[in-house]
Design a protein around this ligand. Structure first.
Ligand code: 4AD
Ligand code: MG
Length: 432
């Protein structure tokens, strides 16, 4: 590798360096070509005067097609008006591979379906690069936060014999003559791992055959799932608010340029510091009744508009706790003081981004857990191993799952999760 990265050009002012990249855009005035080069780290305006290069190179600069792969050599200088703040005075231009002249993504507006069909190329644009870089930092900061607190990464299986989050949205596949499902959540396996290692987390893809076509739902999404032995629900929520604040503050510290590229109002993110407000399900019902004049029957889950109403009462993420037993999963522990509700939380992001975390204290009593598995009509034989965790040294324990794509959508201020993942799997899309 003999080239400089565009984001490092500030360290090379006055030097002659080579950039290795692709032609993003160009203008020409006859005597001068302005080649805008991208290399994955940024954009650089490369100024090519007729007298500075050979006639062949100048001719090449004139006919270069968008996205042609090129190496450009020249002197770096500061130029406040240029994108990135630096430009290059070109002394040499080399063609690595000419792009066909019909590159689909031009500098005009395109429809979303067209862009999604061309996702493999759309990824190259500065906005998409900014999102993927922030996604990377979010992943990295979640892992660092947990690693620094003594957590161990444990990888649960993706092919599973049973459901973790209900049977309605399972992806079924054939496992040598038996039915198997793509994992909806690694949680049950993380509970086993917590009994072995204490504090653990998983970070991987999960699958839900959700027939919902909303701006928050992906068929394949990534989730980080911490699980902690001997932690109660209050300990659990403190970890969640600490984690989310850390992630937001890390992105703010590292990605001002990317957030600007996305047009994100960062003042709203700056307020995201722990502790977060908490409301119970019952208080949330009242809030919706006051703000919308709508009565939701007790026991029903909230829809996306309800979540937006609740969240808009606060300037930072808000925990909704103590949901009715019937609205939540079989493994959650009822509140000993009020057994009709469970010790759980949904963390709702501000600005209408909805639920980014679902967490709970787990049912640790063998008999009560068995009852719930029967009530939910789950195939009991598939949960034998899970019940063993309550047979052999059951302890209070808690955990949660944070959805990566919804977190990216919120922090980046995107109106749909399809841009938060490199190749989105949606109800109507599995290409490219
Ligand atoms: O609330 P959920 O379903 O919780 C669980 O799966 C628990 N087993 C987690 C745990 O306690 N270990 O999902 C957790 C989070 C949601 O808050 C949301 O952020 C994300 O996963 N999520 C989705 N993201 C994108 N598309 C979907 N279809 C999603 N479904 C859930
Ligand atoms: Mg949930």
């Amino acid at each position: 590798m003999d080239h400089a990265a565009i984001h490092d050009l500030g360290r090379h002012v006055g030097e002659t360096v080579t950039l290795a990249g692709w032609l993003y855009n160009k203008r020409s005035s006859g005597k001068i070509h302005f080649l805008i080069v991208r290399d994955g780290t940024g954009l650089c305006q490369c100024v090519m005067g007729r007298k500075d290069v050979t006639p062949e190179e100048f001719e090449l600069g004139d006919h270069l097609t968008q996205e042609s792969a090129i190496r450009v050599t020249g002197t770096v200088r500061a130029e406040p008006r240029a994108p990135g703040g630096y430009e290059m005075g070109v002394s040499k231009l080399e063609l690595v591979a000419e792009a066909a002249p019909d590159y689909p993504i031009t500098h005009k507006e395109h429809g979303v379906e067209f862009l999604m069909d061309n996702r493999h190329l759309w990824m190259r644009t500065p906005r998409q690069v900014a999102i993927l870089r922030i996604r990377h930092t979010i992943v990295e900061s979640i892992r660092t936060f947990l690693n620094d607190r003594g957590f161990t990464l444990v990888d649960p299986p993706i092919l599973t014999p049973s459901a973790a989050e209900g049977t309605t949205n399972l992806f079924e596949t054939d496992y040598f003559g038996e039915k198997a499902y793509l994992s909806q959540s690694g949680q049950l396996y993380m509970e086993a791992a917590a009994m072995a290692l204490g504090k653990v987390y998983s970070f991987g893809p999960t699958f839900r055959a959700e027939k919902s076509k909303t701006r928050r739902h992906l068929i394949e999404f990534w989730m980080c799932e911490p699980e902690m032995a001997y932690w109660n629900q209050d300990d659990n929520m403190r970890l969640q608010e600490g984690l989310v604040s850390h992630v937001v503050q890390t992105v703010l510290a590292r990605h001002q340029a990317e957030l600007k590229e996305l047009g994100r109002d960062t003042s709203l993110l700056e307020k995201v510091t722990a502790p977060f407000p908490r409301v119970t399900y019952d208080e949330a019902l009242k809030l919706i009744q006051e703000r919308e004049g709508r009565d939701i029957p007790w026991g029903e889950d909230f829809g996306a508009p309800d979540e937006t109403t609740i969240a808009s009462a606060f300037d930072r993420p808000v925990f909704v706790t103590h949901y009715p037993v019937q609205a939540k999963a079989f493994y959650m522990k009822p509140d000993p003081k009020r057994p009709e509700v469970v010790l759980c939380d949904d963390l709702l992001a501000p600005e209408g981004y909805g639920e980014i975390i679902g967490g709970s204290q787990r049912q640790d009593d063998l008999d009560l857990l068995e009852q719930r598995i029967k009530q939910h009509k789950l195939p009991e034989q598939a949960y034998g191993w899970y019940l063993d965790l309550r047979r052999y040294g059951s302890v209070p324990h808690s955990g949660f799952g944070i959805g990566l794509e919804r977190t990216v959508a919120w922090i980046c201020g995107l109106d749909h999760v399809r841009e938060t993942i490199p190749f989105a799997r949606l109800l109507n899309r599995i290409y490219p």
